[in-house]
Write a protein of this length. Structure first.
Length: 399
């Protein structure tokens, strides 16, 4: 295997990095202290610049306006864009849109694709509506929101939460129980619900560690009250919701992990810069002179490198043998990279002292938003148990 990026992808990521550093990172201070609304107009201008430069929607299908990068190359892009909370949105490849586009492209019929893919790839927002407050998102076979067929319509009822970006989205992909008597993996289906449908309501953004973000970054609670949509809004076939959700998770975890590594790289840069400039003693003694800080920097660099190689290897494995055969690799990067992420952010915050827990740097945002990395897409513990079980079945062999 050869992970040396092509000249094309090296040029692409270089150009993206320039826009991230010169146009997007300078917008972080008002975003962090005043919210997304304070920078939305400026970001519209950045997005126009990115589209004009031919850098828009790197992982989306070319026939709908994307660049169509493969999983490894898109992982390298995601690492660059992950340096800032605003990166993926600016380039038209943020979650949950990325997964929704992939799901619609894989399972949507001709009419569904033509109706929604040009809009979402073009920059309008969508949401994936699955998790519920009282039911485990790690095991979606027990979700209780229902979709009951009534003639040529579906009638949806239930409540969901942690629906990221629901405020301002134009369409929802809703996982709902369509047959409670079916087998565990055949109960759920995915229904397309336009956001302006009567009976669908975005109730509020849930506060996360004291912050309730609005718009793109809001983790919302939504409800369905006799919400009716045409029967033809069924995505794929009845009872295939679990399978379709699983199909988006493997590649999605590559995107997540490489984004997390972008956060790690940025956090390490901030930690190193703070240590090099902060005077802590007589004789102009700097924080970087501390052996503890040196050890943190060295440990973080090694952990980031190892996590990066694991993630790129997993992306390569998915392309070679498919997500099912690479499921151990996918689970291992999910919990390993999430743990590295939290360690690196925490060290960077500690190095910054009191400044590290303010919103004057992106570190506290990274910590608040990405502490969930060890919970969503399946808690770390669930992935560890699954990996251990398969290794035990193989007599100790990892592969």
């Amino acid at each position: 295997m050869d992970f040396q990026p092509s000249a094309k992808i090296l040029d692409l990521t270089r150009r993206m990095r320039e826009i991230v550093d010169n146009d997007i990172i300078p917008l972080e201070p008002p975003f962090l202290t005043e919210g997304f609304g304070a920078v939305s107009t400026a970001l519209d201008g950045v997005r126009k610049k990115i589209k004009a430069a031919g850098l828009w929607a790197p992982n989306h299908p070319p026939e709908y306006g994307g660049l169509g990068l493969n999983l490894v190359d898109n992982g390298l892009v995601s690492e660059v864009l992950g340096r800032t909370p605003l990166g993926h949105y600016s380039f038209g490849c943020n979650a949950p849109d990325a997964g929704n586009i992939e799901t619609l492209h894989l399972f949507g019929n001709k009419q569904q694709k033509s109706q929604w893919l040009p809009r979402i790839v073009g920059g309008e927002r969508s949401v994936f509506v699955m998790t519920e407050r009282d039911n485990s998102g790690a095991n979606p076979i027990f979700l209780t929101t229902t979709a009951v067929r009534d003639g040529d319509e579906w009638v949806l009822n239930g409540k969901k939460w942690f629906i990221t970006g629901a405020q301002g989205a134009v369409v929802c992909l809703v996982m709902a129980c369509t047959d409670p008597k079916a087998g565990p993996h055949g109960r759920q289906s995915i229904i397309i619900v336009p956001a302006n449908t009567p009976g669908y309501t975005v109730d509020k953004a849930t506060p996360i560690m004291g912050h309730a973000h609005e718009g793109l970054f809001g983790h919302c609670e939504v409800s369905f009250d006799n919400c009716r949509v045409p029967y033809d809004n069924l995505l794929g076939k009845e009872g295939e919701g679990f399978r379709m959700a699983q199909a988006r998770l493997g590649p999605g975890r590559i995107h997540h992990c490489m984004r997390w590594l972008g956060i790690c790289n940025r956090s390490l840069e901030l930690m190193t810069q703070r240590a090099a400039t902060r005077v802590i003693g007589e004789g102009d003694r700097r924080l970087a002179d501390s052996d503890i800080i040196k050890a943190w920097i060295a440990e973080s660099a090694a952990e980031i490198r190892a996590a990066r190689l694991m993630t790129l290897f997993t992306a390569w494995r998915i392309e070679q043998v498919g997500a099912k055969e690479a499921r151990n690799d996918i689970s291992m990067i999910k919990y390993h990279v999430a743990e590295v992420l939290m360690k690196v952010i925490d060290r960077a915050m500690q190095t910054h002292g009191a400044l590290g827990i303010t919103d004057y740097t992106p570190l506290s945002f990274f910590y608040r938003e990405d502490r969930g990395s060890r919970i969503y897409d399946g808690p770390d513990e669930v992935h560890k148990i699954a990996v251990a079980r398969r290794i035990i079945e193989r007599g100790g062999r990892v592969d």
